[in-house]
Design a protein around this ligand. Structure first.
Ligand code: GRF
Length: 210
């Protein structure tokens, strides 16, 4: 299977996906920002890159049409959003329904949107984490595939909490992408279906399960 990774910035999740030797081919890394640091990282690994700069488009619809054309040009079976910071139109999301995943830095449905670590600190939660979910038109509201939790420690600030969560994002996303590419994971009538044994039990994916 072919997959593409969409980024907007640093691309550490992208890097960990590329390093995970997934059972598929990364056909392209696509960014909506020419200055995204992850583009150079992808190029260093020999992965084709493309930039679809959202600032060149008059509307979200036109941007999304150009993005879809680029994704489809690479014959993508799976679209992985990895720090891709654009809200996508319903039409775009429906086109890739069941084959587009996102990683979000909170334990959804808590703290959708941006500034998730600040939201978690303000709410005073003692557990925080990250979620991989199928993308649906509801922002950060699609069916949850897997989550990893971390403690919130006394003295945490946004940066320390973000760093603790990021450590869990990388293996979690690679794991879920592998399930999909192995043909074990799918969306059926809006519900997540995962075949076979998985060491994930209960609501939380223990951080030390790889
Ligand atoms: C990650 O925390 C991701 O979950 C969020 O934005 C951050 C992107 O980091 N959506 P990177 O670009 O993958 O390093």
């Amino acid at each position: 299977m072919n997959y593409v990774i969409l980024i907007s910035g640093r691309g550490s999740n992208m890097e960990s996906l590329l390093d995970a030797q997934l059972p598929g081919r990364c056909a392209a890394v696509i960014s909506n920002r020419p200055e995204a640091g992850g583009l150079a990282t992808a190029q260093q690994r020999g992965v084709p890159t493309a930039v679809i700069d959202h600032r060149n488009f008059a509307s979200r619809e036109e941007f999304d049409a150009a993005l879809a054309a680029e994704i489809d040009r690479h014959g993508a079976d799976l679209v992985l959003l990895a720090g891709f910071m654009r809200i996508l139109t319903d039409g775009f999301v429906r086109r890739y329904e069941g084959r587009m995943l996102n990683i979000h830095p909170s334990l959804l449905p808590l703290f959708p949107g941006i500034k998730t670590h600040a939201q978690a600190l303000a709410a005073g939660v003692r557990l925080h984490g990250c979620t991989v979910h199928f993308v649906t038109p509801a922002l950060d509201g699609g069916p949850i595939v897997a989550q990893a939790a971390v403690p919130v420690m006394a003295g945490d600030d946004e940066a320390s909490l973000a760093a603790r969560v990021l450590v869990e994002e990388h293996p979690l996303y690679a794991r879920v992408a592998r399930w999909f590419l192995d043909g074990r994971l799918r969306l059926v009538e809006g519900r997540v279906q995962l075949d076979g044994e998985t060491p994930i039990t209960g609501a939380l994916h223990a951080p030390d399960v790889r």
